[in-house]
Design a binder for this molecule. Structure first.
Ligand SMILES: Nc1ncnc2c1ncn2[C@@H]1O[C@H](COP(=O)(O)OP(=O)(O)OP(=O)(O)O)[C@@H](O)[C@H]1O
Ligand SMILES: [Mg+2]
Length: 255
């Protein structure tokens, strides 16, 4: 790991209205790392993501980007990250091109004359060239996810936060999305924080994972999935990493 982490989570407690759903979260995420957040349903994965991007106040501890606390004021410029929310939808009344241009307009990002070309580039990057004028409703689920990823890339983020990006996709589309995430990291050096339920994604793209235990309300494992599956001293973590069926790939029945 390089000397300065891209993200440092330091003894963080997260939750709502003073009620913690997880406590004692600590992790340093390196630049260019693909870092997975996993755990039981309701354990606080989405809550952690929302806290990391400043949408929820942290209850205790702190989170830093490149050694600085997150500056949510406009003075800090556009946020250094892109977000794909759980179930995150595109704006249905806009074309894909307009969807990707919208964050640029909202944050006054780039020269207005260059925005369209930049948005076309992002759509090409996710494998959607030629679909710029189409509306979300006319696309497959996999294409919609890739378009949402293009929108998350609109502001040239150094970090991408992805909350279950492959939920609802068939296995082939999920694997394509995994490959796309890997190529964004390898090609652009983007750091990726991803919530996933899918073991296949976890093993194929995550450098490390953090396991949030929903019953104990604190993390019980941090490390490479392929190491933890053998070496974790936590039976629930080992079971999670070796389980079959449910949640492994929610779309196994899809042709
Ligand atoms: N806006 C909210 N106000 C109060 N409690 C909330 C709110 N959103 C979520 N919670 C609670 O916080 C806990 C963590 O929720 P969260 O959505 O982070 O879980 P998760 O790990 O993302 O689950 P899933 O795998 O189902 O997406 C849950 O008990 C949930 O009911
Ligand atoms: Mg969630």
């Amino acid at each position: 790991m390089t000397s300065q982490p891209r993200i440092r989570i330091d003894q963080a407690s997260i939750g709502y209205g003073g009620r913690a759903v997880q406590t004692g979260i600590a992790a340093d995420i390196a630049p260019g790392e693909i870092f997975a957040i996993v755990g039981d349903s309701g354990s606080g994965k989405s809550t952690l993501l929302k806290t990391m991007v400043g949408l929820l106040p942290i209850l205790k501890g702190n989170i830093q980007f490149d050694g600085q606390p997150l500056d949510m004021s406009d003075a800090g410029g556009p946020p250094p990250f892109g977000i794909l929310f759980q179930g995150g939808a595109l704006w249905s009344s806009m074309t894909l091109l307009e969807n990707v241009m919208m964050p640029m307009e909202m944050h006054d990002h780039a020269n207005p004359a260059a925005r369209e070309a930049l948005a076309r580039f992002k759509l090409a990057l996710v494998g959607l060239p030629g679909h710029e004028e189409r509306y979300p409703a006319d696309l497959s689920g996999g294409m919609r996810k890739r378009a949402a990823l293009a929108r998350a890339l609109a502001l040239d983020p150094s970090v991408l936060f992805l909350d279950e990006p492959s939920a609802g996709l068939d296995p082939l589309s999920s694997r394509r999305l995994d490959q796309l995430i890997l190529s964004l990291r390898d090609g652009l050096g983007i750091t990726v924080v991803i919530v996933t339920h899918e073991l296949e994604s976890l093993y194929s793209i995550a450098d490390r994972m953090l396991f949030l235990d929903g019953e104990l309300h604190h993390p019980t494992a941090l490390g490479a999935p392929s190491d933890l599956v053998h070496s974790s001293d936590n039976a629930k973590v080992r079971e999670f990493l070796t389980r079959k069926g449910m949640n492994c790939s929610i779309s196994e029945a899809t042709p």
